[in-house]
Write a protein that binds this ligand. Sequence first.
Ligand SMILES: [Zn+2]
Length: 80
Amino acid sequence: MSHTIRIGRWTAELYQRAIYLQKQPDPHCRDCQGNGEVAYGPGLGPFGEEPDIQPCPCWDPYRSLRIPLWRKPAPDGWPF
Ligand SMILES: [Zn+2]
């Protein structure tokens, strides 16, 4: 279970042990109109005529920044 916070083009997914930051597609992108996908010509795959859907160059869906969460040091004077 996680919570997601959006700040502009960035999303932060909050997990118990880490936070993942990821840049989202540019909402004003002329290539993908903000949905993050671009279709290239007829594909060469098994279905031949279908366009090849690729992530738009305005973002990288496989790249995120992971921030591990550690215990904070106890404040001065705490007995443990
Ligand atoms: Zn785009």
